[in-house]
Design a protein around this ligand. Structure first.
Ligand code: Z5A
Ligand code: MG
Length: 211
């Protein structure tokens, strides 16, 4: 029997605490999907390659300072500048595996004390994901992972506040929480199952919008 062609690509976002393995897993999910004949592309936020992303990179590496509102809006702008290209790819049937999205934007800024609704407002109208996979880990497990502590925000107490903000943003209708404290392969298999399910269950050609 011939396989049904999906109406469009799926927009799948990986969110979660620092060092939970999002980048490693996203890149390998793309490889696995493509190996199975499912067109897929890796996208990450912040995209440090654009002019706006360059400013964000300077901030994250402590070379530049912005007030909380300004850096929040720069992160948001970094997503808006990618929106049209993302929509075209999805319409062309390419599944996007996105490494952090608006939820990081809101969770990190709200964890610094900005009003959650204020943080959400400029993200409204961006593409709504079909699936958000939230990777969770305990603080002690995170601290054992490589590279922790190199950048601004990589402080355990702050990361805990971010996780509390994710709790407020979580929407069970399209979010799945996954314990990321397991081997690379076991986590990969679990995530891939969710991704394949999301791709197989696209019923609407049109993309919804946040929020
Ligand atoms: N930020 C924001 O404030 N507002 C926004 O709108 C957005 C982001 C989009 C930079 O993001 C910062 O920007 C981030 C949020 C804020 N600040 N913090 N914290 P980023 O995405 O560029 O951050 P990053 O530097 O890539 O860190 P990360 O994304 O949190 O890490 P990760 O991608 O989750 O983990 P990884 O790089 O794949 O793996 C980390 C290490 O663990 C690495 O040495 C791996 O080899 C190892 N690893 C991975 N998986 C495993 C398993 N399963 N077992 C053992 N070891 C593993
Ligand atoms: Mg990463």
């Amino acid at each position: 029997m011939c396989k049904k062609v999906p109406l469009r690509g799926a927009l799948i976002v990986l969110e979660g605490c620092d060092r939970s393995g999002k980048t490693t897993q996203c890149k390998n999910l793309v490889k696995a999907l493509e190996a199975n004949g499912r067109p897929a592309k890796y996208i990450n936020f912040p995209d440090r390659t654009t002019e706006c992303g360059g400013l964000i990179n300077s901030f994250l590496t402590n070379k530049k300072d912005f007030n909380d509102e300004t850096i929040h809006l720069l992160f948001t702008l970094n997503r808006w500048e990618a929106k049209n290209a993302m929509e075209i790819l999805l319409r062309d049937g390419v599944t996007l595996i996105v490494d952090r999205y608006s939820y990081s934007g809101v969770a990190f800024s709200a964890a610094k004390g900005l009003d959650l609704e204020w943080c959400k407002a400029p993200e409204a109208g961006l593409l709504k994901p079909d699936l958000v996979l939230l990777l969770t880990m305990t603080a002690s497990a995170i601290s054992k992972r490589g590279g922790f502590g190199d950048e601004r925000y990589e402080v355990p107490e702050f990361q805990q506040r971010v996780m509390k903000m994710y709790d407020q943003l979580k929407d069970d209708s399209y979010w799945t929480e996954i314990d990321a404290d397991k081997s690379f392969g076991a986590l990969h298999d679990e995530l891939l199952t969710h991704c394949n399910h999301a791709i197989d269950n696209i019923v609407n050609e049109k993309m919804d919008k946040l929020w």
